[in-house]
Design a protein around this ligand. Structure first.
Ligand code: WT7
Length: 648
């Protein structure tokens, strides 16, 4: 375990909610007991907050590891997110306060969202999209991204959102795996002060073999794009559609979306989510964890819709709960490092949900940026994506929250669909750096190698021992891989891939991944995926990739490579390798450092000793030697191998 994590375990400060906050909180302490008394009845009650066209006849059908929640029930996700509010008189409430990076703004009410979604649903139908078809969405962070998702849900098409930072190759692989017939994209978006292209990347991706019939293109930046035979402008098709569309009921287990995430192999997993259970838990957790008061709160989750956080806590959870939220297209330092704080002041944001990597970046930039703005509207802060170190937690509390806001550190995964472990803001006395305990209705354990519970004071593996409504229903078309990945390590238990520890009070501390998955800025990247990108470069014979601790991004990608004969290591090679990985996977997978080695440390069975490489990567000061072939690296590796032998 690394130093920051062991420091974290000696943390013993606690912060109880203020009496005022506790008194007005959506969730009170008795919720734990209520859920405990009858778990399924508890979830039925949460499901009843949705609108069902037809009620379910079975709460849970559990054929491990396959679950059906609210079986027999019928509902429509888009109806729950939009129609319901309009029908109940909330059509004039603002759903999105959108701000583009250049400063353009749009206020979109629930009624306007509904009209746009109905027209888009009609547009998709006119293109021949049917329920059960897959639609790939590759968009910047603009309201049309949410509209596209909801239009798919409305007609029962399964959306597969691909983060706009992924490369053409990554996009193609996802389009192929899901067998999508339509791609919804934009000409581009604004980021870091300029326009980037998306349509051009879709064009590149579609040079590959796919069943894509049409590409629907939102005009966002006005940049030049090539419109081919399959391509249709959104404004030309959607604007002329009828604004009438009746949401059809779909089965509770109808596939709502697929979202790809990295695993321990090079091929991303298509995490499959369905409708009734997912929406139930997304809406429930959004209401109790963020304490949403829809009439008065201004909520802001900074995640992109390309990640699960954007699905559950920008689109489905908040809209079902009738929230008014801020949506921002760009980067936090454009045009200045106070952009997010400026927007908190401007919109009077009350609830902010963001990632530790951004919090640490703010700390580095300096207090003058948050201090320049009035952040007094804030009343609750959230964190997600990776363990938050106590120092960052305290800074978030003091400098952003003015010592006045409960912090909810929320643990969950693409696979869990919604928050699983988190403080309840009006109930839990929080400890800086701990996600504290499972939410009412959720059950998790920390176990050792033999699946025995470790008990307070012990560390081990985090497992989920009871099915939950928003759990993944599988890996898209790979049922065996689903069983193997999540259910084979411990009999009958879902293994999350995370290490965890219970402190003496039973509070839960997440300790990061225990598999070959890296977490860079809260995004999951597999070591094998980057390795296979590297070895596809003509100069590379072999590659090993590790996630080394990084002050800002949590982990950073460090690659060790063996060159092919005759290749000389130089700066140009380093640049070319980094560019190659960016092209193959996307900028998020670009290695921080590449080191050329003569050989890689391996076990007798030929497995790369990543732990040793991680030590080497961490022991060698970042950026000290820009030469790729640093003789010290091989020296550190052989020293490591020797001490490894001594330990045997
Ligand atoms: C992995 C899931 C959940 C949305 C964002 C990431 C890590 C997530 C926390 C947290 C410690 C966390 C875990 C998990 N993680 N939240 N609060 N504390 N670790 O979703 O890409 O599916 O990644 O992120 O390692 O397994 P994801």
């Amino acid at each position: 375990m690394n130093d920051s994590l062991s420091n974290l375990l000696s943390e013993n400060r606690t912060f109880a909610p203020s009496a005022e906050f506790a008194a007005q909180a959506n969730a009170k302490a008795d919720l734990y007991e209520i859920a405990e008394r009858d778990r399924l009845a508890f979830w039925e009650e949460q499901a009843s907050n949705l609108h069902w066209h037809e009620k379910w006849n079975q709460v849970l059908d559990w054929q491990p590891p396959f679950a059906k929640w609210f079986a027999g029930g019928k509902l429509n996700a888009s109806y729950n997110a939009l129609d319901r509010h309009v029908l109940e008189g909330r059509g004039d409430r603002v759903a999105f306060l959108f701000e583009g990076e250049p400063g353009d703004t749009r206020e979109i009410t629930y009624a306007q969202m509904l009209t746009e979604v109905k027209k888009t649903a009609n547009a998709l139908l006119s293109l021949g999209v049917k329920d059960g078809d897959r639609v790939a969405i590759y968009m910047p962070m603009i309201p049309e991204a949410a509209v596209a998702m909801l239009a798919c849900a409305r007609i029962g098409a399964t959306h597969s959102v691909v983060f706009g930072g992924f490369s053409a190759d990554s996009l193609l692989a996802r389009i192929q795996d899901a067998d999508a017939t339509l791609v919804i994209t934009a000409d581009g978006g604004f980021r870091k002060g300029g326009a980037f292209g998306l349509k051009s990347i879709v064009d590149d991706a579609l040079k590959g073999e796919t069943n894509v019939q049409h590409v629907l293109v939102v005009k966002r930046t006005g940049q030049d794009v090539t419109m081919g035979a399959k391509d249709i402008w959104w404004h030309e098709l959607v604007d002329k559609q009828s604004a009438e569309h009746e949401a059809q009921p779909f089965d509770s287990e109808h596939p709502l979306f697929i979202l790809y995430t990295s695993g321990t192999t090079a091929k991303p997993k298509g995490i499959a989510h369905t409708t009734g259970g997912y929406l139930t838990q997304a809406a429930y957790t959004h209401r109790i964890v963020f304490d949403l008061k829809p009439e008065t709160d201004i909520y802001w989750c900074t995640a992109d819709v390309g990640w699960i956080t954007g699905h559950s806590y920008v689109v489905y959870g908040p809209l079902i709960n009738g929230a008014t939220q801020v949506m921002y297209e760009g980067t936090p330092d454009t045009p200045h490092k106070g952009r997010i704080f400026e927007m908190i002041e401007k919109y009077g944001v009350t609830i902010l949900y963001t990632a530790p990597t951004l919090i640490r970046t703010w700390m580095k930039w300096g207090d003058e940026f948050p201090n320049k703005y009035n952040l007094k509207s804030l009343r609750l802060l959230g964190s997600v994506g990776e363990p938050i170190n106590p120092e960052a937690w305290m800074w978030y509390r003091e400098v952003v929250g003015g010592n006045n806001c409960p912090i909810v550190d929320t643990w969950w995964q693409t696979e869990t669909g919604a928050i699983m472990i988190s403080p309840l803001p009006g109930v839990t006395a929080t400890k800086p750096g701990s996600a504290m305990r499972t939410l009412p209705g959720i059950s998790a354990k920390v176990v050792d190698d033999e699946a025995k519970e470790v008990g307070n004071g012990g560390g081990g593996y985090l497992v989920l021992d009871k099915p939950w409504p928003s759990m993944l229903r599988g890996i898209w078309r790979e049922p065996d891989r689903y069983k193997e990945t999540y259910w084979s390590r411990f009999d009958g238990l879902y293994f999350a891939g995370d290490g965890a520890k219970l402190d003496d009070d039973g509070a839960l501390w997440l300790l990061g991944r225990v598999d070959d998955v890296m977490n860079v800025s809260g995004h999951r990247i597999s070591t094998t995926e980057v390795e296979s990108a590297l070895v596809s470069h003509h100069a590379i014979a072999e590659a090993a990739v590790v996630g080394a601790n990084d002050e800002l991004t949590g982990q950073a990608i460090v690659a060790f490579v063996i060159l092919r004969g005759g290749v000389e290591p130089d700066q140009e090679l380093e640049k070319s390798l980094k560019a190659h990985v960016t092209k193959e996977i996307g900028a998020i997978a670009r290695p921080r450092q590449i080191m050329v080695v003569a050989e890689l440390p391996k076990t007798r069975s030929g497995k790369i000793m990543r732990r040793l490489l991680r030590d080497v990567a961490e022991n060698r000061a970042v950026g000290d030697a820009t030469t790729l072939a640093d003789p010290n690296v091989m020296k550190l590796i052989s020293e490591g191998l020797q001490s490894e032998k001594k330990e045997d």
